[in-house]
Design a protein around this ligand. Structure first.
Ligand code: 13P
Length: 249
């Protein structure tokens, strides 16, 4: 049985005080949850150490990490630093990193490898933009992002990875993918993993859906056989909404 996960990506939101309050509220509600999904929160870097002291059932994620181990890389945060403050998961290849910071598949592959080598579990994101979907290129785009991004990983590495499918046109737009659109792409990703790795890797892979997920639409998306949870942006900033999504499982 593969793991079900609901992860909250806080993006560049909350100051430290607000973040600590949100983490406390999420932890409290997590203890009363009616779901067996694992709950992860990914606050901004500045909050990680303090938030780690406030959570127990909730697991800690970071939103990014450096592609290098240490050294003269001003402004970067190394995987080891994340591990040292209690981070277990790291989001890699979010579409906002790909588009605003020009992170390409080769760089994301490097980040994934270094994160794994330091014991972090990558949440590797992929997703097409609207023109790619409308132009019929959506499957080629996802194939490229995953085959380059996950190149050279072993089956053992893959057992520590979570994949998040986040169609860029659905992120922060209020336009959620239909349950059929989500299922079709998740099935495509699982079939691709059979091709790139093997059946076991594909069967065991947790594949999350992300993009305008809300308490009102989560259960119909999660009902799909190849959707194993969600990566939540805006709705993760309110503990009640976030846990309502968790409980939609
Ligand atoms: P929204 O849920 O705000 O659309 O964001 C999704 C996302 O990008 C999570 O990583």
């Amino acid at each position: 049985m593969r793991k079900k996960i609901v992860a909250g990506n806080w993006k560049m939101n909350t100051d430290l005080k607000e973040g600590m309050e949100l983490a406390k509220a999420v932890e409290k509600l997590e203890q009363e949850k009616q779901s067996d999904a694992l709950v992860i929160i990914a606050p901004p870097y500045t909050h990680l150490s303090r938030v780690n002291d406030l959570i127990d059932g909730v697991k800690l994620g970071a939103q990014n990490c450096a592609s290098e181990e240490s050294g003269a890389y001003t402004g970067e945060i190394a995987p080891d630093m994340l591990v040292s403050v209690g981070v277990e998961y790291v989001i890699i290849g979010h579409s906002e990193r790909r588009s605003f910071y020009h992170e390409d598949d080769a760089l994301l592959n490097k980040k994934t490898k270094i994160a794994l080598s330091k014991g972090l579990k990558p949440i590797f994101c992929c997703g097409e933009v609207l023109e790619e979907r409308e132009g019929g290129k959506l499957y080629d785009v996802i194939r490229e992002q995953l085959s380059v991004g996950l190149a050279g990983l072993s089956k053992e590495d893959m057992s520590k990875i979570v994949i998040a499918y986040e169609p860029v046109w659905a992120i922060g737009t209020g336009v959620v993918a239909t349950p059929d659109q989500a299922q079709e792409m998740h099935k495509f990703i699982r079939d691709l993993l059979v091709e790139l790795f093997d059946k076991q890797v594909a069967e065991d892979m947790t594949i999350l859906y992300g993009g305008s997920c809300k308490p009102s639409n989560a259960s119909e998306i999660f009902a799909n056989p190849d959707v194993d949870g969600g990566l939540i942006g805006g709705a993760a900033l309110k503990a009640e909404d976030f846990l309502a999504i968790v409980n939609a499982y």
